[in-house]
Ligand binder design. Structure first.
Ligand code: ZN
Length: 267
């Protein structure tokens, strides 16, 4: 065995020494004006932007009823409310917009058009995207995000309410309120109609510390950064809630009804 190892070592050493003999040296000369290659530091490439992220008016997507579909999801875990150690209530979310439609009016999916008109006007004037945090809420999702009795007659369920903030103007919700009020002053359809042109303040107690603004058609609530939080509004920005009070087309007050809230298709 030792002899075998010895023979192997002999062969290996012979091989390497013969290699060394054949290797030829290569000399590198530097010139006096030679420069090192400058490698630019790597810059991360920005991801491509979606049209609504660019902030340009031309690329702002027009808000349609599609933007107001229910934000429920079957992936959301059940909400369990406990009293002491015992479970007192359990709320499950809806199947999401793939499993149910928007509210139906005359058999068609519908959101009150004035909401879409106002949201688009805000986008046009600010040239910034309006982020809709809560549009239609089916009854299951409405209860899931906020099971309090105060939320049980929310107009979100009938497509007559929307919550939003303006991207890039998150801390300036007053901009949207001014635009809405100006909308009524400048739109010819409301000319000389005092109850649309004049906004009053709602002085009764609500769940926002700021007195809401209202005219005949619309009710505007401003929620500060710590107010009005629910699972649809988990962001940390102030936001605005718009409610429709009056259906100008039908000349009817818009009130919540369970019958209307159930008018949607389950898929
Ligand atoms: Zn839903």
């Amino acid at each position: 065995m030792r002899i075998l190892l010895g023979i192997l070592l002999l062969f290996t050493s012979c091989g390497s020494s013969s290699k060394e003999e054949t290797v030829q040296g290569e000399y590198i000369f530097r010139l006096h004006d030679e420069e090192f290659l400058h490698i630019q530091p790597l810059k991360p490439k920005a991801p491509p932007q979606y049209p609504w992220q660019t902030g340009s008016q031309n690329s702002l997507c027009r808000i349609t009823k599609e933007y107001l579909r229910c934000k429920g999801s079957p992936l959301n875990l059940p909400r369990i409310v406990k009293e002491g150690d015992k479970e007192s209530a359990r709320y499950t979310d809806c199947g999401g917009p793939d499993k149910h439609s928007l509210p139906l009016k005359n058999g068609k999916e519908s959101i009150y058009p004035i909401l879409l008109e106002l949201l688009n006007r805000i986008q046009e004037i600010t040239k910034r995207p309006v982020v809709i945090t809560s549009g239609h809420r089916c009854p299951d999702h409405n209860t899931y995000i906020d099971p309090s009795p105060q939320n049980s007659a929310s107009k979100h369920m009938i497509g007559a309410e929307v919550d939003f903030y303006i991207q890039g103007l998150e801390t300036h919700p007053e901009v949207a309120i001014k635009i809405i009020q100006d909308f009524y002053k400048t739109d010819s359809r409301y000319q000389k109609q005092k109850d649309y042109l004049e906004f009053k303040r709602f002085e009764k107690l609500t769940n926002s510390s700021t007195a809401p603004w209202y005219n005949k058609e619309i009710f505007i609530k401003l929620f500060k950064a710590h107010e009005g939080r629910n699972l649809d509004n988990r962001h940390s920005h102030p936001y605005i809630s718009l409610q429709v009070r009056f259906d100008k087309e039908k000349n009817l007050a818009v009130t919540f009804s369970w019958e209307q809230a159930q008018q949607f298709l389950r898929k």
